[in-house]
Design a protein around this ligand. Structure first.
Ligand code: NDP
Length: 280
């Protein structure tokens, strides 16, 4: 019998707990505040930014949005980040990616003070995660670990296979799982015999961005399947990387899209903002 991991509900309970923590912080005269910078008009980014502002509002985190035009220069973006770094009322800074062509997202991430880097993309936080030291963990991997832990899915000793090696999902997730004593394989577009690898996974995570890429033949009976992919179809429907309907009976646990990893990513961002304001 398989269980569907309810990321939406879990994220809601995390937000509720954070709301209480924010109230306590406010009683101590600390008002957590997140600054979000968005450059250009990327449609998907607009939705993500809106969801982040909604979550802040619900929890009581103050929110400032900087919408910069498509033709913003790198120097202008860096100057704004510097200004926000120096603003003591701001605890978290986030640069929404992707940035328009010509702007270097990595340079922007590097400019954010590691203490305000609530996305966990700054090299200092990336390095600390590698060393298994306290840091801001990027939100999607962090949310996945929280889901596994909440559902008591054993990580230690498990064989975890990740499809996708991006800096925001695949790579940091591999480190998180390794830090929790899983045995980890990271696959990518040049991986040979992908199916032979994924079929052995106790925990299979797909983060590639290809609708229904992971088929029933690719998963082991009783495995846990985590679907990070968000693919918007022509009819406007969102679907994941995993062929959910055909796989769900074969596995022990599976996340849906929407309602799985997505809400957890935002909840963990909120967690990181609260953490930043406590450390401030
Ligand atoms: P990227 O495009 O940065 O990375 C995709 C990865 O998938 C790459 O490592 C690529 O390999 C690999 N890949 C592509 N095709 C194949 C293939 N046929 N076989 C094996 N590996 C393949 O994507 P992101 O990590 O940014 O995002 C992945 C997906 O997750 C997207 O759908 C995105 O929208 C979603 N997402 C969802 C989030 C959430 O909160 N739910 C948060 C972040 C992302 P290579 O490196 O060799 O090119």
């Amino acid at each position: 019998m398989s269980e569907i991991i309810n990321g939406k509900e879990l994220a809601k309970s995390i937000r509720l707990k954070l709301k209480e923590e924010v109230n306590e912080l406010k009683n101590a005269n600390i008002r957590p505040k997140l600054a979000v910078i968005m450059v250009g008009n990327d449609k998907a980014s607009k939705v993500y930014v809106k969801n982040k502002s909604k979550a802040c509002e619900e929890i009581g985190i103050e929110y400032e949005e900087y919408l910069l035009p498509e033709n913003t220069k790198m120097t202008e973006l860096l100057e704004l980040i510097e200004k926000l770094n120096n603003d003591v009322t701001i605890h978290g800074i986030l640069v929404q990616s992707p940035l328009p062509e010509g702007l270097d997202a990595n340079e922007a991430f590097r400019k954010i003070s590691p203490k305000k880097d609530v996305d966990g993309f700054h090299p200092v936080n990336v390095g600390k995660l590698s060393l298994n030291q306290d840091c801001f963990v990027s939100c999607t991997p962090y949310g996945i670990i929280k889901m596994l832990e909440t559902y008591n899915i054993p990580i230690e000793g498990a064989y975890a296979v990740i499809i996708g090696r991006s800096n925001i999902v695949g790579k940091p997730l591999a480190k998180c799982l390794l830090n929790k004593n899983a045995t980890v394989t990271v696959c990518h577009s040049r991986t040979k015999n992908l199916k032979n690898i994924t079929k052995q996974a106790d925990i299979l995570i797909s983060a590639i961005g290809k609708p229904k890429f992971v088929t029933k033949e690719m998963v082991k009976e009783g495995a846990t399947v985590i679907d990070v992919g968000i693919n918007r179809m022509n009819d406007g429907k969102l679907i994941g990387d995993v062929d959910f309907e055909n796989i769900k009976e074969k596995v022990s646990y599976i996340t849906p899209v929407p309602g799985g990893v997505g809400p957890m990513t935002i909840a963990m961002l909120m967690h990181n903002v609260v953490k930043a304001s406590k450390q401030h």
